[in-house]
Design a binder for this molecule. Structure first.
Ligand SMILES: [Cu+2]
Length: 183
């Protein structure tokens, strides 16, 4: 009897929580996107200061976010990535990946593959910091994790890609920001 009573109480509690959640989300003018993620399977130990590039998941999570005009998206960058935003209506196939930008720096840990960054300025409205220009940690690895906050004043559907060529071309590391009108 006690177990069944508890189960009913839990079920009711979950229903109440489920009803309360959408009200909070509807008033939110910002969204957070995890831009690359450190893996947990197999277990990863970054202590005291390790950023093994092969232990990183190349996705935007969530893949599509919706905000209102005048809101922002907080890209929390986990790993070696390069957030780049294209204007309303741009599709992944529109991006020219064949004219990469020359490296801005050659320093970094060895062996480290050459960093090839996409450089297509057509309809590009935001390009993030060069990840290979970030400071190095005590072990000589790039300090990769950071936040970049991007403002979206105008309604539309914006393409967000990782500018690291291999991540975009091979891993399809891109997503969308949908910006709704305030009216
Ligand atoms: Cu990336």
């Amino acid at each position: 009897m006690r177990r069944s009573t508890l189960s009913i109480m839990c079920f009711v509690a979950v229903l109440c929580l489920g009803r309360a959640t959408p009200v909070v989300m509807a008033q939110d003018g910002n969204a957070t996107v995890s831009f690359g993620q450190w893996v947990t399977e197999p277990p990863l130990d970054r202590f005291p200061n390790a950023s093994p590039r092969l232990s990183n998941n190349h996705q935007l999570i969530p893949n599509t976010v919706t905000i209102k005009a005048g809101g922002s998206v907080n890209f929390i960058i986990g790993g070696f990535h390069h957030p780049t935003v294209y204007d309303n209506g741009t599709q992944p196939e529109d991006i020219n990946v064949n004219t990469p930008t020359p490296p801005t720096t050659t320093r970094g840990p060895n062996p480290f593959p050459p960093v090839v960054l996409i450089d297509d300025p057509t309809n590009r409205i935001y390009r993030g910091l060069d990840p290979s220009f970030q400071p190095l940690d005590l072990g000589g690895a790039f300090l990769q994790d950071r936040v970049e906050v991007v403002f979206f004043p105008t309604p539309g559907t914006y393409l967000v890609i990782c500018g690291i060529r291999g991540h975009f071309v091979n891993d399809h590391m891109f997503g969308f920001v949908t910006v709704l009108s305030n009216e």
